[in-house]
Design a protein around this ligand. Structure first.
Ligand SMILES: [Zn+2]
Length: 285
């Protein structure tokens, strides 16, 4: 399997589409992957977040605790291998469904963060963006004894708080427009990815020689549509994921394995192979 993977990737012109499975080894839970059953909460929808102040307070209270884990997460061998493939000239761009910023942290360039970034906060009223770090500082000031009360409740990033803890949490608003609703700058369920962002991803896929899916079960159309587009255009699709995916039928090669093991080996061998074998130019048109 690894030989076939190396052979395809060492030809270059690769666009990576990555998902939660790539970040699980950084301690960020994959809600849809093999450990997905661990999820306790139904995901917050955009409609609930914007329409229900109590739900919004619950979100921020949990997120205030969960952010500690996200802020501590580091790129893993998989992210680093993708960056090495990129620096070796084999990967042209990365489209990621992850909101953790770990591709960029690992040194990748040309990263399109399809679903946004959790470390940025946007005001829904005036559009101002601030860093999550800045918001975190304000939330800590508004909730001075909160961290101590929930210190025991921090198992896996999917934080469970009781009603009293949630009710005692103070949400803060936008300081620029004075009272605007703040939301993490990520695409929630029930929300659509901004059209220009989708268009730029389609453009990347259409120029690719190979679409390499890493750690995504392709459950949601948000990511799967790029596989469908590649398949329609006759661009080969290769999928490395732990478990079956909803894109397997369109793939010329699927590798069911842990990314943290496969990707470093792939980067070692594909970059070496590309260094000794001139990359075949892709015919125009
Ligand atoms: Zn505002």
């Amino acid at each position: 399997m690894i030989d076939a993977l190396v052979e395809r990737v060492s030809g270059g012109g690769v666009v990576v589409l990555s998902g939660a499975g790539l970040s699980t080894e950084s301690g960020i839970p994959d809600y849809r992957g093999p450990s997905g059953a661990a999820r306790r909460h139904t995901p917050m929808t955009y409609q609930t977040f914007t329409g229900d102040p109590l739900a919004r307070r619950r979100y921020w209270a949990r997120s205030h605790v969960g952010w500690r884990l996200m802020a501590r997460a580091w790129p893993n061998d998989g992210h680093r291998a993708v960056a090495r493939l990129q620096h070796g000239g084999l990967v042209d761009a990365v489209i990621t469904q992850n909101v953790d910023g770990l591709h960029t942290a690992a040194g990748s360039r040309e990263v399109v963060e399809l679903h946004g970034r959790l470390d940025v906060v946007v005001c829904l009223d005036c559009g101002n963006r601030v860093s999550r770090e800045e918001l975190d500082r304000r939330l800590r000031e508004a909730n001075p004894d909160f961290a101590a009360r929930v210190a025991a409740v921090n198992p896996d990033g999917d934080v469970e708080l009781d009603d009293a803890q949630e009710a005692g949490f103070h949400v803060v608003d936008c300081t620029v427009c004075g009272g605007g609703t703040l939301k993490p700058d990520v695409v929630f369920f029930g929300e659509t990815v901004p059209a220009p962002r989708v268009a730029s991803c389609f453009a990347l896929v259409e120029r690719a020689r190979l679409l390499l899916v890493l750690g995504s079960s392709l459950t949601v159309m948000s990511g799967r549509r790029f596989v469908l587009r590649a398949a329609k255009l006759g661009i080969p699709v290769v999928i490395v994921n732990q478990g079956a995916t909803r894109g397997d039928a369109y793939a010329s090669l699927t590798v069911d394995a842990a990314l943290g093991r496969v990707l470093p080996a792939l980067a070692d061998r594909a970059v070496d192979a590309a260094a000794v074998t001139p990359v075949t130019p892709v015919a125009a048109g």
